[in-house]
Design a protein around this ligand. Sequence first.
Ligand SMILES: [Fe+2]
Ligand SMILES: [Fe+2]
Length: 214
Amino acid sequence: MSEKTLFQAIKGDHEEMYEFYDQYKRARERGDVPAQERWVRQLTWEVARHAVGEEIVVYPLMEKHLGGKGVQLADHDREEHQHIKESLYKLESLAPGSAEYHSLLDQMMVSLHHHNDDEEIKDLPLLEPVIGEEASKEAALSFKKTKKLVPTRAHPSMPNKPPFETLIGLLEAPIDKIKDWFASFPAEEEMKEAKEELKTRGHDAAACRTGEEH
Ligand SMILES: [Fe+2]
Ligand SMILES: [Fe+2]
């Protein structure tokens, strides 16, 4: 078994964010505005899913196992998330490719980098030795699972699909509401069974259509 520890999972995501930002910067150098928009969207989704995963899985662990210090660190982290979410929210109202857009995104990345570094340098090195490697790996799995439930990207059909009508809806949703939403998904066992069944399913649309009128 070589599952990732929580630190590795979180760190991996952070790296992904920087990669998307690098891609955005390259698109900016080329003057390719649609590509800039695409990378920002990708980055924003990654940040949103990551933040949801941390708020549901990681920060409560810090509060539970690190006493007053954990509560303090988690509160600080949530505040920084809020700040980052507000920047992303504001970004939506700016024109991609404009100077304001670039500068807000650059500022947001500075805050994000600082925040991510705090998690890597302060939070996780405190939490992991207290909970131990097994619990860290378990937490990494639930973090991954939680993230998976949030769509990977803003799909064109998203605007009509509750509860996260838009990306902003996801960013603004109260964490308790998101928790309830996650709880309404099939359990892992049910999911396993469904996945097994999916392997052998093959709906033949054309055959089913036979005899039907057009
Ligand atoms: Fe975070
Ligand atoms: Fe993080």
